[in-house]
Design a protein around this ligand. Structure first.
Ligand SMILES: Cc1cc2nc3c(=O)[nH]c(=O)nc-3n(C[C@H](O)[C@H](O)[C@H](O)COP(=O)(O)OP(=O)(O)OC[C@H]3O[C@@H](n4cnc5c(N)ncnc54)[C@H](O)[C@@H]3O)c2cc1C
Length: 438
């Protein structure tokens, strides 16, 4: 494990607002038998569940899905619910330079398709994930960043909002100079989405086992043998969809090529209409800023405020408390009129960065039949959903299904990974300083 065991404890769920506000989910029993399956999937988040649905519904495959916790126990059940563009940390210019213009268009269409996929999943499987106002706002916290944002090519579906526009549109904050609003994406209830996917996959015929951490993956004839504490599965093919919760001792090739990072969320008590009006932020639009250690936030349908931050290098309780306090202080700078609304829920989870800054959806080299789909760079609600589907298609022969940039096996990080993270955070602190009100 990359961090302390606290971050991987599957014996209790984190106290998230999402679980508190959703009906009790089905409990999936542990694997207690030894059986054969065509395809085994490790990880019941958006990637693994979408892969399972694609394999069972699209190809009639026999699928067994194993999760160390219950479906959604990883990031898929505890994220900010931003169903939005993203998934890679490469700019369009870098993709063009490294992979050519076709790869840029190919990635952009993947991002849009990924949002459509989530919308389609909600409709097709009748999942009540409470979709919210469409669109996403990127905010600039310094005049220099606002100038840069204004001078970037404006995507066709975007418009710029200066401070006065933000105020007039019910998006007033104390900390930003302006923003760019894109019309795609929407907010949702992430836990309702992931548990709805699990139930749909089960109804479609996938065998799902919770509380079944895979402890070993071994070659077995022309396939693979997966061992859990109480059972085992023999599979012709295996998909590892464990993202930030991956264990590189299971697939040593992965070592040094991925980097789990901690993301934190707090949710306040419901805000009153008076508080919302005093602040001037009355919309449920998804918003984030362009700081290296970014903030992401949205007003929820019941008028609670969700505020997320990157950061933290440890799950040690002292570090978790320190970062929760820091997040709270930054929230109060950005939204001073919400300062009296206490935090009712706070939790964290793991996202996954790759040394390539792109997801990887492809085979493990020299391990026939063993596949990986991971590395959504903190934006996996949409990208992991579509990425899981593309992984399933590729495993059954459609080699061009994954986006071009996600077909390249990632290299290793140049620096030791904790040092890389620490350096990034120090640079961010030195370069950006604390959040300031205007
Ligand atoms: C706090 C937070 C906020 C976020 N906010 C957003 C957001 O607003 N929008 C957005 O797009 N993205 C967001 N993300 C990222 C997004 O949640 C993830 O990219 C996405 O959920 C990844 O899905 P996944 O299926 O690949 O992995 P996960 O959902 O992390 O699932 C991996 C699963 O693998 C299981 N597992 C691990 N090891 C084993 C093993 N050995 N055996 C069996 N099972 C195993 C885990 O139990 C887990 O259930 C956020 C993430 C966090 C942590």
């Amino acid at each position: 494990m990359f961090y302390e065991p606290e971050g991987y404890d599957v014996s209790t769920w984190p106290e998230t607002y999402w679980r508190a506000s959703a009906p009790a989910a089905r409990h999936y029993p542990p694997l207690e038998t030894s059986h054969r399956t065509e395809i085994a999937i490790i990880g019941a988040g958006y990637a693994g569940l979408n892969a399972a649905l694609e394999l069972v519904e699209g190809y009639g495959a026999d699928v067994t899905l194993l999760d160390a916790a219950q479906p959604g126990g990883g990031a898929s059940g505890r994220n900010g619910g931003f169903c939005c563009l993203g998934g890679a940390r490469l700019s369009a210019a870098t993709i063009r330079r490294r992979f050519g213009p076709e790869a840029t268009a190919n990635w952009e269409s993947f991002e849009i398709r990924a949002i459509e996929r989530v919308r389609d999943n909600l409709e097709r499987y009748h999942i009540d994930a409470k979709p919210c106002e469409g669109g996403e706002l990127l905010l600039a916290d310094t005049p220099r960043r606002w100038y840069a944002l204004k001078n970037e090519p404006l995507p066709g579906n975007a418009r710029l909002l200066d401070r006065l526009d933000l105020k007039n549109e019910g998006l007033q904050t104390a900390a930003y100079y302006g923003g760019r609003l894109v019309s795609c994406g929407f907010g949702l209830h992430p836990y309702a989405y992931v548990t709805g996917l699990a139930d749909a996959a089960m109804r479609a015929g996938a065998r799902i086992h919770g509380d079944s951490a895979v402890q070993a993956i071994q070659p077995d004839g022309d396939g693979w043998l997966l061992r859990t504490a109480r059972g085992q599965v023999r599979a012709k093919k295996v998909l590892m969809a464990t993202n930030g919760y991956s264990d590189e001792t299971l697939i040593p090739w992965l070592a040094g090529r991925w980097l789990p990072a901690i993301s934190n969320i707090m949710v306040t008590r419901p805000l009153s209409i008076t508080e919302l009006s005093a602040q001037g932020w009355t919309r449920t639009l998804m918003a984030y800023d362009n700081r290296l250690m970014l903030h992401y936030f949205r007003l929820l349908p019941d008028n609670r405020f969700l505020f997320g931050t990157r950061g933290g290098l440890s799950f040690h309780p002292a570090s978790v408390a320190e970062f929760a306090q820091k997040a709270r202080a930054e929230f109060e700078v950005i939204f001073p009129h919400f300062a009296t609304a206490e935090t009712e829920y706070a939790w964290n989870g793991l996202v996954c960065l790759m040394a390539s800054l792109s997801p990887y959806i492809g085979p493990v080299p020299s391990a026939p039949g063993l596949w990986i789909a991971m590395g959504w760079h903190g934006n996996g609600v949409a990208a992991a959903s579509e990425g899981g589907r593309r992984a399933a298609q590729a495993m059954l022969g459609a080699q061009e299904a994954p986006p071009i940039i996600a077909r390249q096996p990632p290299p290793r990080f140049l620096l030791p990974r904790k040092l890389a993270l620490r350096t990034l955070m120090t640079m961010a602190t030195l370069r950006e300083g604390p959040m300031r009100a205007l």
